[in-house]
Design a protein around this ligand. Structure first.
Ligand SMILES: NC(=O)c1ccc[n+]([C@@H]2O[C@H](COP(=O)([O-])OP(=O)(O)OC[C@H]3O[C@@H](n4cnc5c(N)ncnc54)[C@H](OP(=O)(O)O)[C@@H]3O)[C@@H](O)[C@H]2O)c1
Length: 375
């Protein structure tokens, strides 16, 4: 900014691309403006280390920027105030914003901040439910509970995420694609399936669309090696997540995703997987649609905690292709216990109160967004 006018703007589009500071300086020059003597406003402290991109502080000093206003500090160890220090040493006036702007910037940078502090991705849980609290439809029905406007929003959220995750029973029930069908989508999220026994069918839509985006299958160390080999040979990535409880395995899987620089994970369910994430204390935000429909049916199949579907795959796991498992609703009660060597969560129901929440209407649905953590 100079004399109250914007002379250049920039943002960090994705990992490996120009950082916002360099993008803004490039934009400034493209507009025929000289950044020397101007003030730069940044949402995050400029970096001082060599990563995929050279340090931003060098570009700021070279450009002769007179003042930098920083809306939030970088919590990662390699940063920790070094950038502002180098700028000050170079004669640049450095100011940290406070109040509403600082809060807004911190919220904007939540995925980066959580990843920088913990090495784990920020987890946003999406859930759609009927007025009678059901999250699954009957077999043969469209799996969508929410309306079209909400679905469009879900596709946008997928596009904004690095990865989208579901439990294997959602794959069995819905055979989802999990791609972002948003016209502005520049890149597709990685599709992650939590599937401890590596039963993901090789003819599922996910596996048939590997050319659209990668599929990563999180399996347990006890998974049948023949299944994992078949998945790898078919082109999926397989992550082995160890641990004695579902929530331990969530932690292990999230660490692996974090090491792959996945900073935003969009968790699309079902409820069993969501309950395991909650047990692992790994839900940072939730977005819940309540649709004006009643679905009826057996409440045990969709109660909180998600104890539910008990389909046993054909012998040979993912090798048993082409057979569609029955939906939860077609199962006998004795088939609905935790099964297949995957224990249902052993702890009692977890309760997590939101730090803040808001509600709005989206088409005919009500959307409640709740934030549980701040990084
Ligand atoms: N309304 C919505 O927003 C929404 C969203 C998604 C799905 N759904 C519906 O929900 C139903 C499926 O939900 P669901 O609760 O039965 O199953 P789910 O959450 O989709 O999948 C649960 C399964 O994931 C596997 N898993 C692997 N690692 C796990 C871990 N660490 N913790 C927990 N589970 C792990 C387990 O099977 P293994 O032991 O075999 O690995 C577990 O049984 C479907 O009808 C679907 O249409 C609704």
């Amino acid at each position: 900014m100079r004399d109250g006018g914007v002379i250049g703007e920039g943002f960090h589009t994705e990992l490996g691309d120009l950082h916002a500071e360099r993008a803004a300086l490039a934009d400034c020059r493209e507009r025929g403006e000289d950044p020397a003597g101007a003030t730069m406003y940044v949402t995050l402290e400029p970096c001082a280390h060599e990563g995929r991109q050279p340090p931003c502080v060098e570009a700021i000093l070279e450009a002769g920027i007179a003042r930098v206003v920083i809306a939030s500090e970088d919590p990662s160890e390699k940063a920790s105030g070094r950038g502002p220090g180098i700028l000050r040493d170079g004669g640049v006036e450095v100011e940290f914003a406070a109040g509403e702007e600082a809060t807004a910037a911190r919220l904007l940078n939540q995925p980066f901040r959580k990843h920088a502090r913990t090495g784990l991705p920020l987890v946003v849980l999406k859930l759609a439910m009927s007025l009678d609290g059901r999250t699954a439809t009957s077999p043969g029905d469209s799996p969508w509970i929410s309306g079209e406007a909400s679905r469009d929003l879900v596709h946008r959220w997928r596009a904004e995420s690095d990865a989208v995750a579901v439990g294997i029973r959602t794959v069995f029930a819905d055979d989802p694609l999990l791609t972002a069908r948003d016209p502005d989508t520049a890149r597709q999220p990685v599709r992650v399936v939590f599937d401890s026994q590596a039963r993901l069918p090789l003819d599922s839509q996910l596996m048939r669309t590997l050319d659209q985006s990668p599929v990563l299958v999180v399996v347990s160390p006890e998974a049948d090696p023949a299944n994992t080999i078949a998945l790898r040979e078919a082109g999926a990535e397989v992550v082995v997540a160890g641990g004695s409880t579902p929530s331990d395995r969530i932690q292990a899987a999230l660490s692996d995703l974090g090491r792959r620089n996945i900073t935003r994970l969009f968790l699309e369910g079902g409820r069993t997987l969501a309950a395991a994430f909650l047990d692992a204390d790994q839900i940072d935000e939730s977005r819940t649609f309540i649709a004006p429909v009643l679905l009826g049916g057996d409440p045990a199949a969709t109660r909180a905690g998600g104890v539910g579907v008990g389909w046993t795959p054909p012998p040979g796991g993912c090798g048993g292709q082409g057979s569609n498992p029955p939906d939860a609703m077609s199962l006998r009660p004795e088939q609905r216990a935790g099964q297949g060597g995957h224990p249902t969560p052993t702890t009692g129901p977890a309760r997590l109160s939101a730090l803040s929440s808001r509600s709005e209407t989206v088409g005919d649905d009500l959307l409640i967004t709740a934030r549980f953590k701040e990084w």
